[in-house]
Design a protein around this ligand. Structure first.
Ligand code: UDP
Ligand code: MG
Length: 256
């Protein structure tokens, strides 16, 4: 595949020469484009939103654990992979074919697309009264929740994304890193592949995803580890046991 050798060409339709999203592609995304950029600082104030990144290899259990956290703590769950798949499936998306190719190859979609999808989803959640009511309900009717809580799942997984998101969207408060041996990940993904319908839950894509994880995503974990933000979670354990460890890790951050 030419993807490895030619990312700039792949990205050219989505970017201006200056490397910022061009107006037309941004307007193509499902929620209206926003105006944040590196010169105006992050789009969201960390005092008003709490962002927790959930990272880990493919099949580590990010989505499963995030769903539990949504139930118990009223997080808004944003899976970068799910947002990309939704954009891929959106009729008329100019990014659909590009996203499908990157995902099948286990490569990282150019960050402009993913970051804009995340930012737009955050903004939609912030302004959605329905979302606020749901969050209050999920948190046991407590309407006094001070900050909107976001779980950003499966992102950032490349250094450029990490730097750009922190700079233009919102720095995270915590990084949960789900650690699991590769043979267990493989077994889980092949099992999921029987029913997931995903383009990348097959043996060929899985091995490429593992390579991308080691070469491209681990440096992001190391970067946040140096900032003291990473908590390692052994995710080879049962769903219940992993969740208990995650709760212990996040409660101090939430002040719960
Ligand atoms: N992906 C991407 N950028 C991101 C997150 C995901 O390009 O920031 C793509 C990438 O090709 C990845 C795929 O989406 O392999 C599936 O990601 P997802 O998080 O859904 O997979 P998981 O790790 O949960 O199995
Ligand atoms: Mg996932």
């Amino acid at each position: 595949m030419p993807l490895a050798a030619t990312p700039p060409a792949e990205q050219s339709s989505a970017m201006s020469a200056a490397g910022v999203p061009a107006p037309a592609p941004a307007a193509e995304l499902p929620v209206p484009a926003t105006t944040s950029n590196a010169t105006t600082g992050p789009a969201f104030d960390p005092k008003e939103v709490t962002v927790i990144f959930v990272l880990g290899g493919p099949g580590a259990g990010k989505g499963t654990q995030c769903a539990r956290l949504v139930q118990d703590y009223g997080f808004v769950h944003l899976s970068a992979g799910d947002l990309l798949r939704a954009e891929q499936a959106r009729p008329g998306s100019q990014f659909g074919a590009m996203i499908k190719e990157y995902i099948t190859e286990g490569r990282i979609v150019p960050m402009e697309v993913t970051i804009k999808l995340l930012e737009n989803a955050m903004r939609a959640a912030m302004s959605s009264e329905a979302g606020q009511a749901k969050e209050a309900g999920a948190a046991g009717g407590n309407k006094g929740i001070p900050a909107r809580r976001f779980l950003v799942d499966g992102f950032p997984r490349q250094m450029d994304q990490a730097v750009k998101f922190d700079e233009t969207v919102c720095p995270s408060s915590l990084v949960l890193f789900l650690v699991c041996p590769e043979p267990i990940l493989l077994e889980r993904l092949l099992e999921r592949g029987k029913t997931s319908g995903r383009d990348d839950d097959n043996a060929a894509s899985i091995s490429k995803r593992f390579q991308t994880f080691i070469n491209t995503s681990m440096p992001v974990v190391d970067y946040y580890r140096k900032q003291g933000k990473v908590v390692d979670i052994d995710s080879a354990k049962s769903i219940e046991d992993v969740y208990a460890d995650i709760k212990s890790a996040i409660e101090p951050v939430l002040g719960a």
